[in-house]
Design a protein around this ligand. Structure first.
Ligand SMILES: C[S@@+](CC[C@H](N)C(=O)[O-])C[C@H]1O[C@@H](n2cnc3c(N)ncnc32)[C@H](O)[C@@H]1O
Length: 302
């Protein structure tokens, strides 16, 4: 049997017949991990306000999870939301939560035309391969006869940043093709995710960014592959900006998530709420501002 690449293993573990996203995923307090829409509806209200100001009437959300972000955008704007979701399990949650919106929300089975596309923590959920720079050259981590092994490799396909001895890099697979399809269908793409620019990886994550989440516990590195939970890695924003450029898009906004929310009216949105609602949402707003420190926003326009 040939050694198996980690991306093939992760694909199976996440999206295979018995995969985490196919059958088991739960997001939020009772689940395995938190995302911003689960921390506070103020996230969706602020993102909705931004999109509305950008003139978006029809939005396609990719990987909307349990549907919280779509719901908060539907509630706070008059935008129509289309949902393209890979996980049949999460789609059931979305249907339950959002079917009441009738004409304003529907699911699509393929990427269709829309004024804008929205991706919150989707690209980090693509499978990744792991590379190690050792003795002046690259190796790839594979699974050979049930064990992890290193085989000589040409190195990551898209990483052009600095390297140093012992550096481990986890590279997402399949993003380029996926983004290219998206770029054919829209003029605007708004991406929220955790990640770094290329040159930051060896400094901020020299041991790699592969990690797993199970019941809100983080497992770093290859151990993530033996948990029955979410498996993820930090995305390379330089790579995404390069792919965008090649496809005629430019980065109109590239900023950390907290600043994006503050600049786009998070506090005004909060202040506009009735007092009891303010009281109820204050802890979530604090979480939104403080917890998502590695998250960035990339807004690509043609
Ligand atoms: C970490 S979850 C985030 C869910 C949601 N956006 C949130 O913020 O709560 C990743 C989401 O991306 C979806 N996903 C991953 N790959 C996808 C793909 N190729 N097409 C559509 N959805 C995808 C997953 O099914 C899941 O809904």
């Amino acid at each position: 049997m040939y050694p198996k690449r980690l991306s093939d293993l992760i694909e199976e573990l996440l999206y295979g017949e018995d995969g985490y996203y196919t059958r088991y995923v739960r997001i939020g307090k009772r689940g395995d991990f938190f995302t911003a829409p689960h921390a506070s509806p103020l996230f969706g209200y602020t993102v909705g306000r931004f999109l509305q100001r950008e003139g978006v009437k029809i939005l396609l959300e990719v990987g909307g999870g349990e549907g919280y972000l779509a719901e908060d955008i539907l509630k706070s704007t008059d935008i129509t939301v289309l949902s393209y979701e890979r996980s049949p399990h999460l789609l059931k949650f979305q249907w339950k939560r959002l079917k009441k919106w009738g004409e304003r929300w529907r699911t699509v089975g393929e990427l269709v035309e829309a004024d804008a596309y929205l991706l919150n923590e989707v690209l980090d959920a693509f499978p990744s391969n792991r590379y190690v720079f050792k003795n002046g050259r690259w190796y790839e981590v594979v699974v050979d006869e049930g064990k992890f092994a290193l085989i000589p490799s040409e190195g990551p396909k898209h990483y052009l940043g600095p390297v140093k001895e012992g550096f481990v890099y986890d590279e997402g697979v399949g993003m380029e093709g996926f983004l290219k399809e998206i770029f054919k269908k829209t003029d605007r793409v708004l991406i929220f995710d955790y990640g770094y620019d290329e040159e930051e990886f060896p400094l901020l994550a020299p041991d790699g960014t592969l990690q797993g989440y199970r019941f809100h516990r983080v497992v770093h590195g290859l151990d993530a592959l033996t948990e029955r939970g979410d498996i993820t890695h930090f995305i390379n924003f330089t790579q995404i900006k390069n792919i965008a450029r090649k496809n005629g898009f430019k980065a109109k906004i590239y900023i950390d998530q907290t600043n994006f929310l503050l600049k786009n009216g998070l506090l005004e949105v909060f202040e506009s709420l009735p007092d009891d609602e303010k009281k109820r949402l204050a802890p979530g707003m604090k979480t939104l501002i403080l917890l998502f420190r590695n998250h960035r926003v990339l807004y690509l326009t043609r």
